[in-house]
Structure formats: C-alpha cells, structure tokens
Ligand binder design. Structure first.
Ligand code: CO
Length: 134
C-alpha cells in the first residue's frame, strides 16, 4: 500500500542554525524557512536526490511541535511521510487493521498542498507516520 518515502521531518528549535548545518556542514540544497501558520510551523525544505528532509521550527503559541521539543530539547526526528495512491482507501484499510488515525480521521491539506493523515506512533513502533496522497 505505501509507496515512496516522501520526506523525513526533523523538529528543530532554530531553523536558521539548522539550515546552516544542512547547507554548510552537510552541503545540501536548502530552502528559506517558509511560514505555515495553519500548521504552526516554519518549514525548511531540503532536497536530496532520492527524497526530502523537512526542518520544522515552532511558529506561534500552540505549535504541534512545541511539546515534542520540550521532551527533546536538542530536536529530533518528528515523523516520516509515505506516499499512498488513494488516501481514503489507505485510511479505511488501516482502520480495518486496527490502526489509529489521528484527529477526526479526515485528511487535511498538508505542507505540499496535498491531502495528508497522521497515524498514531504507538501503533507503528514509536514513529509518527504521515501519509500523503501522491
Ligand atoms: Co510531514
């Protein structure tokens, strides 16, 4: 059911210093931070030959990554995103398998303008999984 790895998201305290690390030390192609107020994050997109990395910096009061950074003050891997062909069919299949879909179970429009869903990390080896319709 799952297809390509779309991205790995890393929560960071400071997008500027994390960007400098990826651009300078790791020599990657790094975007400017892009504010996404609807999602409570600033996002830096890093293009790799086979996938993307997204650096997520908290934006605003109730950022969804605020609590994560309280628990992980140095930052850390926040989620991985797999592509699926049909997000509603994927959701229904997962629910039938007993997996928990976060929120109200309806896809939201994610950082790339495509429908996304998140799956409970406790059901997937402690890893928050995002599904994005390809
Ligand atoms: Co994501």
């Amino acid at each position: 059911m799952i297809g390509r790895l779309n991205h790995v998201a890393i929560a960071v305290r400071d997008a500027a210093s994390a960007s400098a690390l990826y651009r300078g030390t790791l020599g990657a192609k790094v975007s400017e931070p892009i504010p996404q107020p609807d999602h409570g994050v600033n996002v830096v997109f890093i293009e790799l030959p086979n996938t993307k990395i997204e650096l997520l910096e908290p934006l605003g009061e109730n950022s969804p990554i605020g609590k994560f950074l309280e628990r992980n003050p140095d930052g850390g891997m926040h989620h991985i995103c797999y592509e699926v062909d049909d997000i509603l069919a994927a959701r229904d299949h997962l629910k039938a398998q007993g997996a928990r879909v976060l929120g109200n179970g309806e896809p939201k429009i994610g950082a790339h303008g495509k429908p996304v869903l998140f799956l409970h990390p406790k059901d997937f080896n402690g890893t928050l999984i995002e599904l994005e319709q390809a």
